[in-house]
Design a binder for this molecule. Structure first.
Ligand code: 7PJ
Length: 265
């Protein structure tokens, strides 16, 4: 999954893909690099960031869904707003990626109605909200607490008539977690595949990687992100959400070949 930010304030690319044309060029590059899923995000969820008004998010996201709907790759929308979910699904989005895990009132309804079809869903764990999540995150047992949350959300989605085949789970690295929390979650990743559902992992350029490397800035975390993506894949991640598509595809091809002792056809 390649990240397509249409947020002028996105922390890791300095807003360089702001604007529709730049975003489209970036999408085309990721397609050439063999991306499977394009994750379109209109609102930055970097720690401390503020919410974006609904109209602005729609203005940023919808034209990209329309422009890319026939690009041959799955389109994911990174949103927690039910109105954006509905509009994006109507415009042809394939996956709704919700950092709030479909907890905002109306979100479950937006993805469970007949209009939503069989769109895929990513349920992410976040402690608190993007404004305050990194102020002293605390857990009794981070792995158990996140797994319990994911189990609860699966129950809510099932009760709304959503088929398990539509659901992907995400521990939400960096969303209300210290570096130690993130490392425990990655180490114990198989325990987070609650009910055997597939896992999505987003560690690309995240601050925990910078912390491990003594304060390395986001643009210089590519090699670190590749190591994290391979570790996540080795522990069972089905989708990795990344900035650096070409490098990640190379790294995962090597991991795959070693793991299966053969070159993938
Ligand atoms: C994630 C995300 C993640 C999912 C962001 C960033 C922050 N969606 N959206 N998982 N992270 N599912 O890319 O650093 O980890 S925004």
């Amino acid at each position: 999954m390649g990240i397509l930010n249409v947020t002028p304030d996105s922390f890791s690319d300095g807003g360089q893909h702001a604007g529709r044309d730049a975003a489209l060029r970036h999408a085309e590059r990721m397609i050439a690099e063999d991306v499977d899923i394009i994750d379109i995000g209109g609102e930055s969820s970097r720690p401390g960031s503020a919410a974006l008004p609904l109209e602005q998010e729609l203005e940023r996201v919808l034209p990209l869904v329309e422009a890319l709907r026939d690009c041959g790759r799955a389109l994911s929308i990174d949103t927690y707003k039910p109105e954006v979910m509905r509009a994006a699904l109507a415009a042809g989005a394939d996956l709704i990626n919700d950092i709030w895990g479909f907890r905002i009132p109306g979100a479950v309804e937006a993805v469970s109605g007949a209009d939503a079809g069989q769109a895929a869903l990513c349920v992410m764990h976040m402690q608190r909200d993007p404004q305050t999540m990194q102020e002293h995150p605390q857990y009794e047992d981070v792995v158990r607490d996140v797994a319990d949350f994911l189990r609860e959300r699966i129950g809510v989605l099932r009760d709304a008539g959503i088929d398990d085949a539509r659901i992907t789970l995400d521990p939400g690295f960096g969303f209300g977690k210290t570096p130690d929390h993130n490392l425990r979650l990655l180490g114990q990743l198989p325990q987070l595949a609650v009910e055997g559902l597939p896992l999505l992992v987003g560690l690309s350029r995240k601050s925990t990687l910078g912390t491990i490397l003594g304060g390395r800035p986001p643009q210089e975390r590519v090699a670190a992100s590749l190591a994290a993506a391979v570790c996540a894949a080795e522990r069972g991640a089905y989708i990795v959400r990344v900035h650096d598509v070409a490098q990640t595809v190379d790294a995962l091809k090597i991991w795959w070949a070693i793991r299966h002792e053969t070159i993938a056809s």
